[in-house]
Structure formats: structure tokens, C-alpha cells
Design a protein around this ligand. Sequence first.
Ligand code: HEC
Length: 588
Amino acid sequence: MKYTLSNLALICSLVYSFPSFSANISPSVSDFALLDHQGKFHQLSYFGDQQAVVILAQSSMAPYTQAQIRAFQGLTERFVDQDVVFYLLNGTGEGDRGTLVKAAKSQGISLPILMDETQLVTAGLGLSHIGQIVLINPRGRHVTFRGTIDQLPEVEAALVAMTSQQTGQPRPVPDTQHKPSGPAITFADPGQATYGADIVPILKTHCVTCHRDGGIAPWAMSSHTMVQGWSAMMREVLLTRRMPPGQTDPHVGKEIEDAAGLSTAELQTLVHWIDRGAPADAGQTDPLTQLTFSTARFSLGEPDMTFKVPAQEIPATGVIDYRYIPVELNLDKDVWVRAMEFVPGDRQVLHHVIAYVSSPADKSVRGRETGAARGESVGGFAPGRQPDEFRDNSGRLLTKGSNLLLQMHYTTSGKATVDETEIGLYLYDEPPAYVMSGGVAGQRRFLVPPHAKEYRLQGEQLIERDAYLYEMNPHMHFRGKYMNYTAEYPDGTREILLSVPKYNFNWQFNYRLKEPLFLPAGTRLIAKGAMDNSAQNPSNPDPSKPVHFGLQTKHEMFFGFTTLRYVGDTPQRISRANAKTHSASSGR
Ligand code: HEC
């Protein structure tokens, strides 16, 4: 069954509060985030520094005349010097990016087309027909004007009113009634999902690993009452794609193991259930209260070697710089690592760890730090990140005498604490068949200007010998905005491997390919991304300062870490090569 707008009245009344159409109070809209047809991330609340956001409901099938599109784009041109953002919004549920890209090209569309596969944003904005236009004041996030593409002069007048104020708030514009001009948008059936049968399985798959008693999230989905109490907040983090964290662009790239993110259907089910008041099932045992979790300290079992990271005192408040903490391994022989797991001492404050190897040749602190500056990591910890476990009978070598240098990032939690993190190493008894290596496509020389909203960076890793790619781990600091990886093969073809459209420095996910990817010698791995040094980036400590590469939190990094296995890299070969380097460096 398909639904049209009349059936959506209930949903709309919840997402979009109509405060009786008076001239001054305008309906507010919930924050949302969507990817556009090119895979770029857009979030309404990001535009709090703009005067207006203009959205036109679009469909790649709609019988637009070229003239209408030209007229709308003409409108955008008249406001280029103003703080106005223009979007097309595809809420038809078409969802096929290829079709949209083609249609945009043939219709001469240069504006971003927001793809609303779930139709939740479209319904929330009260859009029922193709060709409708809605004007939003992004500061208070309320609708100031509604019209259609046939009423562009009125739209323009409303925009002029919103932008013409010299100072302060734009003048409110009366919310006008409008007659829809285009075809009605057909909405998916919101359904009647039940808590036990439909909702709990979604939460179990996507949320409960972190949102459980003793988990890393600040609240536990331990009962229906908890979930219902948090449901408004859940709705917001779902619509802004903040949760689950670490989402990738599902339309591009290679398949990722345990990829974060709900399917379109799951999102619709969950949000529609929330909009119905998040009802429980009458007279049933609450399945969330029945879940049990392993309490083992190390999830991979007893490690072969454990190391205690020196205790770190964490104050109650303030910003803590990255700490670079050496950990002596006291290895009296070379060892082959099969897996590495970090057990944080205090999950409330430990944000992430990146473990760099420092070779015996690096004696000084500076020498140790250069390993970090080069970006050679062997593993790490971040909330939600799986322990590093090397597959396919492969491992990483830690040579006798080498140590770890940990980049540890702490945040304060309001109470002083001491973190005593532990590292478990899992070793092979015999050298494994293959050797895993770490690589990086990074940029180390850059200066991001103050207030820059999208300062692009690019790094490259040349694959000199045939290799298999296993993992990708984008790493930036507070200003990281997005990062993607592309492979450029020796025959000139290129392919996107991964796109993280909204980077969040809180999460340092290691994206593991479902199938290792063969990269012939000569392939270039290119990491492209951007920094947001503006005040619109809520994580930005100081938008007025330029920022350059550096090891401290206040500096920036642009590393596209990779985990690869070079064909022909056997333990024997690596040991021989290491022995050579070692004798060369100790002879210096
Ligand atoms: C990988 C771990 C992880 C997963 C998976 C996860 N969360 Fe969270 N969640 C967190 C952490 C940590 C926080 C607190 C820090 C933050 O907001 O980023 C949080 C915060 C939240 C908050 C509170 C936001 C606030 O501003 O107070 C909500 C609501 C939430 N999560 C809902 C969900 C929902 C719904 C899912 C599943 C669809 C989910 N989370 C999946 C770890 C997770």
C-alpha cells in the first residue's frame, strides 16, 4: 500500500508542529542531515550562520520544463552574494543515485539534490507535491514561506524580506497558503511496527552493543521505558545521522564489514514507531530486559602478553592535549602479532588510542615521535572499533627491542579520574604465512586558513608491489569534515573504495573490507578530504586561528591509514630486511 499526504497528517503533526497559521509564529522544523546526489553531507543546523535555506521538492521524473529549472537557478544567481542556501530535495523514494545524476545533467541542474530515501525529511517539511518550495529561517529552524515553482516572484519577494535586514534577525515573512503545482509525492506506508517483533531487533543490531549496561554509551537501552524516554532524542540522532556513529556513504565504495547505518526501511520503521509514541506491547515480557552480554575483559580471550599503560591522571575539566606515551615491550625476540586489543581503564575519558611502533633505532623522544608523524600505526582503540585482528594467516612483526608509542586522547568527564589502560597482544607460535603492513595516504604540509568551511586536502600512497587492501582508517582531528579513498589503477581506471561523508573526530573507525581488494603494483591510493575551520563546526576549538599539521590536538592531521598485505611479503623476507636495516642503523 502506498500513502499520500492525507494519511501522513499524524506523522506531520508530530514532526512538524503547526501552530495555527498566524503571521508571526512559524512552524518549526526538526534538524536533519542528508547526502546529495554526489554523496556530499548536508545538515540543516550547519547553516545557523545563513539567512535562508530554500528547498524545492524535485523528482528526476517530474515534467519540469527547462525554463522552470532555469528560472529557479536564476533565482539562486540573484542571491549569490547573500547568505542563502538553495537545495533541490528528492523525496520521491526513487533513491537511485545514477538516475538522479543523469537527470541532473540532462536538465542542466547544478544545485545539490538532497536524497531523502526514507521520505522522513520531505514529510517533516510538509512537502506533499513536486514543485513545492519551502523557505526556512535556519537560525530558529522554522518555515517562513511556502510556495511553488510557479510562484517564483513571490518566493523572491519573501527571500528579499528575509535577507534585506541590515542587522539582527530577518523579518518574519507570513506563511502563505499555496496550491500544489506538480504531481503528488507517494509516501511509503508508515506501518504499525510492534516493539518486540520489529523495534527491538533493529536496536539489537544497530545500537545495543554500545547502549547497554557497562557499554560505552552514556545511557543503556535496557528496557522499553528507557527507550521510550529517550525516543525524541533518538529521533534526532537518527535523522541527523549522528547515530549509529561511523556511517559511510552506502551508494559508493566496497562492501564494509559491519557497516554502520540503518537501512531505509529500518529507519522508517523506527521513526514512524517513535512518532506513534513508541508504544510497548501489552502483556509481553520486555525483550530488552532479557539480553545478556559477555563480561570478559578481553573480547578476544586471554592474550599471550599484556602491558599496562602507565597510569594517566585525568582532571575533572578542561581540554587535554593528545598524550604521547611510550610503552616498553621488553621484547627479547621478534614476535608475530596475530591481534591486539586495548582495554580502556576508564571508558568515560579515554577517547582513542593510536599505537605507533618505534623501532629500536629511534632512541630520542623526537625520534619516537617521527614514527607518529610518519603515520605508521599498528593498531588502536576507539569506542566501537573492533580490536585489530589480522586475517588470512597474516600478522605484523614487532622486532626485538621495539616499543610502542601511544597517541592517547582523553576528554574530561566532570570528575577527576585515573585511567589505567591495558594492551593485550596475541601472538603466533610460528611465523604466519603472510605479513600485514600499515600504510598511509596523508598530507603533512598544509595551512588551513581561519574560518575556512571546506579546505580540501589530499594524500596519496603509491602501491609499489602487488598488494591486498584490508582496512582503511581515516584520521583527522577536530576540524576533520569528510574523507574518501579512491584507487587509481595502473590501467587508468579509478574506483571509490570508501566515503565517510561526515567525519567525526570522536570516532576513529577502522573500516574493514568484506573482501580484501587486490591492488596491482602501480596503483595509487588517494585519500581526499577537507577540514572545517569555521565556527559552524561545533568541535572547532578556535575558528580564528590558522591550523597546520602537528601531533597535538590543537594541530591537525590528515592521514588515510591503510592496512595491506603485500604479495610476496613473507615473514622470512621481512625478518631479513629488518636485520639489514637494524645492522645499518646500529652501525651509524
Ligand atoms: C559504537 C557505539 C554506539 C552505537 C552503535 C550507537 N551509539 Fe548512541 N551513543 C554512543 C555514545 C558514545 C554516545 C555519547 C557520545 C555522543 O553523543 O557521541 C551516544 C549518544 C546517543 C544518544 C544521546 C545523544 C545526546 O546528545 O545526548 C542517543 C539518543 C543515541 N546515542 C541513540 C543511538 C541509537 C538510536 C543508536 C542505534 C541506531 C545508537 N545510538 C548507536 C555510542 C553508540
